[in-house]
Design a binder for this molecule. Structure first.
Ligand code: FES
Length: 105
């Protein structure tokens, strides 16, 4: 399934992410700029922060408890903030649209 990454400068990159891989892993494998992911995907760094497009929020679902706690420390948290390492790709997420924050810290 493909995911559209909107950078803070307005540019858009669409990449394919395999089912079961996290959105963070797909972004890193494809060199999408703006996702640092220092902890490698174990919900411990919060540098994989993204914003989910409002019309995708329901399908993506809410953050888990650990993730919500980490989201308290990101730059400019919003109600549609998620950590991209905690979103596993599914066929249902084909066309998912996310926005990258201006910076991860
Ligand atoms: Fe560290 Fe997501 S990669 S919290």
């Amino acid at each position: 399934p493909s995911v559209n990454f909107h950078a803070a400068d307005g540019s858009v990159e669409t990449i394919e992410i395999e089912v079961g891989d996290s959105v963070m892993r797909g972004a890193r494998d494809n060199m999408v700029e703006g996702i640092e992911a220092d902890c490698g995907g174990v919900c411990a760094c919060a540098t994989c922060h993204i914003y989910i497009a409002p019309d995708w929020l329901e399908r993506v679902g809410p953050a888990g408890a650990d993730e919500s706690e980490m989201l308290d420390c990101v730059n400019d948290p919003r109600p549609n903030s998620r950590l991209s390492c905690q979103i596993a790709m599914t066929d249902d997420l084909e066309g998912l649209t996310v926005f990258l924050p201006e910076s991860q810290r």
